[in-house]
Design a protein around this ligand. Sequence first.
Ligand code: DGJ
Length: 548
Amino acid sequence: MQIRPATLVAFLAACGAVVALHAQAPAQAPAQAKERPIPQVIRKDGHYGFMVDGAPYLMLGAQAHNSSGWPGMLPKVWPAIEFLHANTLEIPVYWEQFEPHPQQFDYSVMDTIVTQAREHHIRLVLLWFGTWKNGSQHYMPEWMKADPAKYSHVIDKNGHPADSPSPFATASQELDIRAFTAFMRHLKAFDPQRTVIMVQVENESGTWGSVRDYSPAAQKLFDGPVPADVLKAMGHQGGSPANWQEAFGAEAEVNFHAWAVATYVGKVAAAGKAVYPLPLYANAALRDPIKPGAPGSYEAGGPTDNVIPIWKVAAPAIDIVSPDIYMSDPAAYLKVLELYRRDDNALFVPETAGSPAVSRFFFSALGFQAIGFSPFGLDYSVTNPAAVQAAVAAGATAPMDQFSPTAQNYKLIGPMMREIARLNFEGKLQTAVEEKGEATQTLHFGPWNATVTYGAGRRGAAAGNPEPTGRALVAQTGDNKFLVTGYLCRVDFRPTEADKRRQFMRVDEGTYDNGVFKFIRILNGDETDNGLNLRSEPLALRVSLGVY
Ligand code: DGJ
C-alpha cells in the first residue's frame, strides 16, 4: 500500500508523535497544488464581497468546540460538518500547542487540519487562540503562564492581577507577533490552494472583571493625551483634551482599554498580514445592543459596538470586526446586525447559537449582506450524533437538536451559494424572517413589492406559524424576474403602480445542484393562485412577472 505523505502526517499527529518530526520543518505544499488567488474582502458600489477563488463566496460555517482542534478529535468534527451541509469549518489553533517550547513551532496540528479539510472539500477559518481567549491568557504556552511577572496580567483597580493579559505587556506582544507570523508564513507556503480563507486574530480579546489596566505604566498613558486619530474617529469635538478622562468622561476607561487592546492585536495582525495577506478579523463579546449597561457590565477592550471606530484606527490590519451573537430576541439580534454592517465594516457572524430559535436569523444576516454565518459548537465532541440523527428521523427540530435547523438552511442555500453571494454583492437580495405576532412583511424592489406571509391558509388571512420559523429570500435577477426561496412562508408580488395587478408569466420550480438550477415543473393553478408557497423542502422558484 502506498502511504500518501498527508495521510502519514495525519496518522503520526493522531499518535502525538509528530512534534519531533515536524517541528521547525520547512513548510511544504504538495508539489502539484495549483496556486489560487488569495481570498479578499472587497467593497464595490457600497456592497461588500468576500472573494474566494476569484468570485463572491458565502461562508456557510460551523464552529467547532474549543477543544476540538486536535487530530484525535477531528473524527468527531467532519461527520457533523457533513451533516450540516456547511462549506466552511471554523476551528482553533492553540498557541500552547503551536509553541510548546520557546521558538519551536509545531506545525503538525494545523497541517493535519488543513489536509483533512481538503480531503473533505471544506474551507477553513482558523482561529488563533493567542494572547486572548475570552478575555484571558489561558492559551499562552505553559512556559509563559509560568512567568506572570514577565508576561503580565491586567492590574485591577484594587491592585490585584486580573485573569486577563495586559495589553501593555510588550514581552507577550513580541512573542505573539513572532508566533503568529510563523503561523501565517507557514500557512502561505502550505496552502496555495487557499483551503484557509480567513483567520481570526485572538478570541474575544479584552478583559472581564476590570474595565482597564491600572498598572503604573497604563495609568501614565491614561493620564496623558489621547492619540489624535482616536479623537477624530470618536467624533470628539472641542480642543485638545489633556487626558483620556477629560476627553471621554464616563466612557474614558473603556475607550482607553479598547485602544490598548486594539493596538496590541493590530500589531499582531499586521505582522501576520505582512507575510501572508489573508483576510483577518477580530470577534467581540457583545454588550446589550438596545440597552447597553455601564462600562464594567460587559467585556471591556474588545470591538463592542461603542468602540468600533477605535478598533478601525488602532488595528487597521484587522479587516472585519465581528459580533458573536448569543441572543434570541429578534429586536436585539437585528440591532446587532445593523450595528456591525457599516460602511467601514463587512458583516460577518463568526459565532451564534445553533438553536431553532436563532437559526432563522441566518436569513436576517443574509438580508444585511453578511459574507458569512457560523453557529458555534456544532461538532460531535459533546453531542452524540445518534441523538441528532434520531431527532431528525423523528422529523423533529426539537430544542435539544442544535444541528437540524442549520442543516436545513445550508442544504437549501449551499448548492446555490455562489449565485446568492453574487446577488448579495450586487445589492439585489432581500430577506424576511418571521417574528411572533408579525405574520406579514413586505420587501420593496422598485416597481414591485414582495409580500411574505406566514401560516397563511388557502384564502384566509395569515395567522403565523405555531413557532416563528418562517424565512424567505427574494432576489431580483432581471427586469420583472426574481429568485424566490425559503421555508414555511408564502411569497407574492404586487406592482407599486396604481391600478395594475400582477400576473405570473411563468414560475419554474426546481432545485439547485452544484450551482445549476434543475427544473422540476412549471407551477400554476392552485400552486400560484394565492401566491407562492414554500414549505419544508429545499426548493427554489424562478419567477417572471407581468401586469395587466
Ligand atoms: C464565545 C467564545 O468566543 C467561544 O470560544 C466559546 O467560549 C463560546 N463563547 C461559549 O461556549
